[in-house]
Design a protein around this ligand. Sequence first.
Ligand code: AMP
Ligand code: ZN
Length: 494
Amino acid sequence: MALRLFNTMSSRIEDFRPLRDREVRMYACGPTVYDYGHIGNFRTFVAVDLLRRFFRQSGYTVRHVMNITDVDDKIIRNAARDGVSVQQYTAKYEKAFLEDAAMIGIEEPTLVRATEHIPEMADFVAKLVEKGFAYRTDDGSYYFRIAKFPQYGKLSKRDFSGMLDGARVDVDEYDKDSARDFALWKAPKPGEASWESAIGPGRPGWHLECSVMSMRELGETFDLHAGGEDLVFPHHENEIAQSESFTGQPFVHFWFHARFLLVEGEKMSKSLGNFFTLRDLVLKGHKPSSIRYLLASVPYRNQLNFTFDGLKQAAVSVERLRNFRLRLSSGNFPPGANSEMQTLAAQAVERMTAALDDDLNTAQAQAAIFEMVRQANAAFDTGGVKQDDVPPLLAVLTRFDEVFAVLEDDDGPKMKRVCDWAATEGRDKDISDELREAIQSGQLSDADIEKKIAAMKAARASRDFKTSDALRAELAEAGILVEITKDGIRWRRK
Ligand code: AMP
Ligand code: ZN
């Protein structure tokens, strides 16, 4: 089987085939950097990251481009309010976004910034005017004339045949049910940031940024374009109209949209008090790996209901997987192989791959690995795991983690960075006791612990129980439980 993906354009699950052999060119609409990213944003970004990683696991090379929207109405307003330049204002949040994305295991795409491509955007508008798709208004703004693009609405399946030719809207986000000629380029307003260009002073509209930058990086037609479901209309519809009018070619092959998440059963909103940035959750003491695992646990087209119970459960799941891996890598096993274990590993790989091939069914992929862990754990206890079974079982975990990226035990240092950041931002009161504790117990990396365990083993071999006990106490202090059994020494985090 090969990858099948839902395509918003056709409203069907289709076989995924890239336009070029073995290379996937994908673009994801990135953040507007005017604030810290919230878990809804990261739900979508993690979904895109899982997809990218699975493409790679499936043997494709991936060119993944993401824009940083560093100019829009809100940014300009906030920068003016704070009396700083647009660049100064956005630099802080762009940095925070990149740190957060890395913290949650997102591999960095090729980044493109809107403000670095303004001359190309102005040229793009000029060409649309030349071709009759755009017009200039008296104030020096430019609009796309959607009546000239009869397929307008083909992605969002809206019928705009009755719309008013020439009705306009000049804000980046507008009423979802009204189709209007949308702004490509906005004339400067007094006191607002603007750029000089070949089509006069002003600034690009948000939709234009994505059309120009995606085609610049990936070509006139590329494989996949991603974002949250709110972007289908108007943003992606407008990108299609601009790009296809400009090139006369199809813009994108596959449209990939992640469903909006709920928090504790409700739409996330500041007024309901259920609005969380990634950093808010870490400040409460939750590990980045648990958050990533939870965001990945519901397939991207299903509604994920983010709950704190679910987050705790995710932490337990990650711990189980990490402990299983340690058990494999640090245990003593009898020589030989057990064909049942070999079959178990092969089946797990097959099921995981089949699940992800099936429109990225991450829930099924997680279920497949847990089934293997359950059966292998049972076999451990009865001596059913032999030396030669260890590499194939470990290989399944590695394969799983190529996509899910939760097994590396690096939560401690990441959480510490968030804690340090909160202190420098004067948010000490938001640092929970749980976070302080987690940092303390997370100070020891797996490698540090393994070293101490090895020293314990050496001490015990030479019957130096005093040293062994001291090491054990030290580990206990750091939140590590050590169990000495006849098969050797095992450990786990408390
Ligand atoms: P923004 O910074 O608002 O432009 O959003 C960045 C990305 O996050 C876009 O792909 C949005 O569609 C997505 N997004 C925003 N809110 C949510 C949410 N509650 N659930 C899932 N994705 C979201
Ligand atoms: Zn976009």
